[in-house]
Write a protein that binds this ligand. Sequence first.
Ligand SMILES: *[C@@H]1O[C@H](CO)[C@@H](O)[C@H](O)[C@H]1NC(C)=O
Ligand SMILES: *[C@@H]1O[C@H](CO)[C@@H](O)[C@H](O)[C@H]1NC(C)=O
Ligand SMILES: *[C@@H]1O[C@H](CO)[C@@H](O)[C@H](O)[C@H]1NC(C)=O
Length: 544
Amino acid sequence: MMNLGKTFLLLLLLGCGFEQVYSDDSDDGAMTYVPLPDTTSPGGKCMDGTQAGYYIRDGSDPTLFVIHLKGGGACISKDDCDGRVNTTLGSSRDWEDTKNGAALQRQLNPDCSENPVFCDATAVHVPYCTSDTHQGTVDEPTELSYGYYFDGHLNFRAIIEMLIVESGLGEADNVLLTGGSAGSVGALFNVDWLSDRLQNAAVKASVYAGWYFPSALDDDLPEPHNPSDYPHFAAGENGNQLYDIVESGEEFPDVWGMIDSLSPDCLEAFGDDKWACSSAHFAYKYIKRNLAPHDPADEDEVDTVKRYYQMWGNATRRSLQVVVDDDVLFPKPHPDGVFSASCRTHGTPSNVVIDGFSHEQLVRDWFFQEQQFEDHYKLIEECTPLEGEEDYVIPCNTNPVCAYEPQPSKKDTFKTCAEALFQGGCLKSFVSSSTCLRCARDIQDELARAKCTLDTVSRVCKYVEANGIPSNNNDRATRLTEDLDGGYFDDEMDTQLIDRTENSPPILNHASSLLGGFNLSAMQLRGHGRVIEDKEDYGVVMVM
Ligand SMILES: *[C@@H]1O[C@H](CO)[C@@H](O)[C@H](O)[C@H]1NC(C)=O
Ligand SMILES: *[C@@H]1O[C@H](CO)[C@@H](O)[C@H](O)[C@H]1NC(C)=O
Ligand SMILES: *[C@@H]1O[C@H](CO)[C@@H](O)[C@H](O)[C@H]1NC(C)=O
């Protein structure tokens, strides 16, 4: 039996942790951590065997729930999984007792002026410690799973059961399942189970930055394959990791045991090509519940990279026709939506509009079928080539954050800043983060000259507290920077940092999908943006 493979590989690269970001740092919206009981079975574990759990804030409207699945990449190779198991993405050991809902996701914000429709809902945030896009069913570690648990789907089910018993989820009328990036894959592939479980509720999913992946264009690879990955494309060939495996007749290991959690209808339809059902494009028509306007990746450029973006953008737009055309096998209460801006960030910032509409506005209208904006539930932004650059179609959304504009990479900022901290004697292995910050205060002028921001400094200090500093490298700052980029840092922080740091390039929206296509070995531990960056100093960092 051929297993998933494709997507996962790719998911790995999946823009780690797109989360919506807000500037409001107040404590409003505190959500309290609830671990799953030790007796939970099946499932209940993080990769390392610590208990999984969720954060919750009871709402004043018992009929309305918002359940948010956190993103943060994924792993299928041993090296990648080893690298994640002892981080907050693989273990609950260092999880905080509370989380600020408003900072996690727009619909978890209890402030009704900012989140008018869902502010009264019971808000649930499911952290991500299984590296399996919330789809795995491995609740007994095996050799194939490198001795780790990958039971994200089972955890999700256990959390839902607990919410039914403890928080009245069973009495809800409306439930929004949402998530970004890897969390959006989780939402997409768990919404039918949830809806079956909550027979009396309208259950809908709203996924952000999660169309993994489109189908390949006709002149690329045959159905049911996803587009070529970058190494093939750059070499003028067609192929991707899964395609190559399929062609070679090799079996691809189902590391997460997730084939069993895919749609049985889809699995049946694809027969030997079961792995296709892990791809949003091919699985879409088998999904029974509604999907809100979401914002999958879009396009960007730079020579080969530009053409690759363009190809991917074309493939994405074409693929999204399945949503536009309502190409579904099971009747839904009403059509799905799609909101696909031409924007280079991974996930569309909330202030990006298409035809004057923001996705939040449309998701809200769509979720409750208010139908005020019904004609705009499916917005896919098309771009016309720039004059003099007819070969390229670059991100054309008018929001400056979406535009292509090469900028100094944030990696460099980290590097110079880490260097300055090191020179200033603030970085010693496992020094506490507060000591490091105090030290930083004493060398403020040097840090300012190195263009450190408070965020950067605090990130470096926290990293060093948790990981020490690399000792086996002549250039510690570089190593440190690479580690920081390596994806083992808290991705919420990454995202917030990225969005807050001025003059730093946002992650390529398109890149997350695009990156999905990259060859794992080239990308692992490096942050997928790096490949592009290496080529063109494109300034794409911290995606992973
Ligand atoms: C994770 O941490 C545990 C306990 O500190 C350690 O035994 C294990 O080797 C670590 N795993 C990896 C892959 O680093
Ligand atoms: C993408 O689509 C545009 C418009 O149809 C076309 O001109 C362009 O050649 C396509 N590019 C690729 C790489 O597929
Ligand atoms: C990934 O790329 C490397 C270097 O280009 C190559 O040696 C390796 O075979 C590729 N792996 C796969 C699975 O395509």
